[in-house]
Design a binder for this molecule. Structure first.
Ligand code: BG6
Length: 495
């Protein structure tokens, strides 16, 4: 790929996302030779800093957060000079004029027009003012050269997501808008499409005739910690299910796209969201449960409950755990439940998708030989273990016919020696290449909000009386076990 001269403008340059994810990702892309000769990174923020000070901070961040370890002097000496800093108040037009001047100076130096990627790594209340500020300061820029990257959360509900889409559409074409869902950049998540659509043996099985149910479970050991300011107005449903988990569901449930192009793939994903059964206030009560963590011990450390986290509201009804049973009403999936759960301060961090197949139609083995019998399961483990396991029955070695369940495993560690890139490396490279396949289109975001709104509304109208209802280091509240146990299943975890 040839990438034209590129300027990254990072709003929120002094923020956490840039420190932990964006700058390390750009640095690793640089190390791997993906950045063009002519590139610049302009960080902006309210703090007054010189270029030198900003570079020094980023170097410290790289040393802490880059997957390639501490920056080597030689590489940093080449990378560092590409970085600039501009202190600015995004609410005043002068900020955008100054940026334009910097960009014009770079283009002059390079003797070529640059692609400009504006990355909004800021709190969502600043999205409208920045998106408008950029557009109004360059009314005549070529839409092929300017891209705008919007971090999550994209809206707080359906109405605000629509309003943001409308505002963006006033100033930008859809092909310029890159809405981030960082799960889509994860190596194992991208592999779901490869696994389903580059193998002939999956598709004939991949439907209601053979699949009994699907589970998507993203459990986290971390608590909310310092993020209560954001999290208390959000909760697990908004923070994780509306975006990351529903995107995983789309990848599992989508029809085969005709080709691997951005709009084709995203059309098939939107089809899934449109087919998903909508909730009524009555069905919400049966299909959706929530929880909030109390205090407990994790790995020998005492940890506070959510309501005792710094800055938390001591009577907060915000859920830190959510589990929902969804249906996809189409021919492929009619009657197959999709159970999604996510939560913080749980026993272990693990993101896994489990596809449970139906039992054999008739068991020929006597019951005592098949003690360890389980239905076939396909387990796609996204993180931290990166693997795909197929659980099958096998004869245990010995003179008698005894069956047990064994795993056929493809795991990244044992198969590949190259390290998987970070999600943000993939996503930043794609913004440079102009490839939107792994980004959220406006209609996808709105469909996902539309789907979860009845749950949000119902929960908001009935603050929970039982919070906290799970303790740190557990697998979540009992209601979540009950939700799936009612149908005769249990939540699956890797050993
Ligand atoms: C973010 C959420 O989008 O995803 C966080 O806001 C969550 O609350 C995080 O912890 C999980 O991402 P990852 O990549 O660590 O699984």
């Amino acid at each position: 790929h040839t990438i034209p001269p590129t300027v990254f403008v990072i709003f929120g340059g002094t923020g956490d996302l840039n420190a932990r994810k964006l700058s390390p990702a750009l640095y690793n892309l640089f190390l791997d030779g993906w950045l063009p000769e002519q590139f610049a990174i302009i960080g902006t923020g309210r703090t007054k800093l010189t270029d030198e000070e900003f570079r020094k901070n980023l170097l410290a961040d790289l040393n802490q957060f880059s997957r390639s370890g501490k920056a080597k002097k030689e590489a940093w000496d080449k990378f560092g000079p590409h970085i600039q800093y501009q202190a600015s108040d995004v609410k005043v037009p002068a900020a955008y004029e100054e940026l334009s001047q910097r960009i014009a100076a770079l283009e002059k130096e390079w003797g070529a027009p640059a692609n400009i990627i504006y990355y909004l790594a800021v709190a969502p209340e600043f999205f409208p003012v920045i998106a408008t500020g950029i557009a109004e300061s360059h009314p005549d820029t070529d839409p092929n050269r300017v891209r705008i990257v919007i971090e999550k959360p994209f809206g707080h509900d359906l109405e605000s997501a629509r309003a943001l889409n409308q505002l963006l559409a006033k100033h930008y074409e859809e092909k310029q808008i890159y809405r981030i869902d960082h799960y889509l950049g994860k190596e194992t998540v991208q592999n779901i499409m490869a696994f389903r659509f580059a193998n002939a043996i999956m598709e004939p099985l991949w439907n209601r005739n053979n699949i009994e149910h699907v589970q998507i479970s993203v459990t986290e050991q971390l608590g909310v910690g310092e993020r209560t300011g954001y999290y208390d107005g959000s909760g697990a449903l908004r923070d994780m299910i509306q975006n990351h988990l529903l995107q995983l569901l789309c990848l599992v449930a989508m029809e085969p796209p005709v080709n691997f192009t951005a709009d084709e793939v995203r059309n098939r994903k939107v089809d899934v969201l449109r087919a998903m059964r909508r909730f009524t206030p009555e069905t919400v009560r049966e299909a959706a449960v929530r929880g909030q963590y109390g205090a407990g011990w994790i790995e020998g450390q005492q940890v506070p409950g959510y309501r005792e986290e710094p800055g938390a509201n001591p009577t907060s009804s915000t859920e830190t755990f959510a589990a929902v049973k969804f249906f996809v009403d189409n021919w492929r999936w009619q009657g197959v439940p999709f159970y999604l759960r996510t939560g913080k301060r749980l026993h272990r961090s693990a993101s896994i998708i489990t596809i449970q197949f139906k039992d054999v139609p008739h068991v020929i083995f006597p019951a005592e030989t098949a003690e360890g019998w389980r239905k076939n399961r396909l387990i796609i483990s996204i993180q931290p273990e990166m693997s795909i396991r197929l659980q099958v029955q096998a004869k245990r070695p010995g003179l008698d016919m005894m069956l047990n369940t064994v795993d056929m495993v493809f795991d990244y560690d044992g198969t590949y020696t190259t390290e998987a890139p970070e999600a943000y490396e993939t996503l930043l490279l794609d913004t440079m290449l102009g490839d939107q396949t792994l980004f959220m289109r406006g209609d996808q975001v709105e469909e996902a909000w539309d789907l979860v709104m009845p749950i949000l509304n119902s929960w908001q109208s009935r603050p929970s009386m039982s919070f906290p209802n799970y303790s740190a280091d557990s697998w979540g509240p009992e209601v979540a076990e009950a939700l799936i146990a009612r149908d005769g299943y249990h939540w699956f975890t890797l050993p």
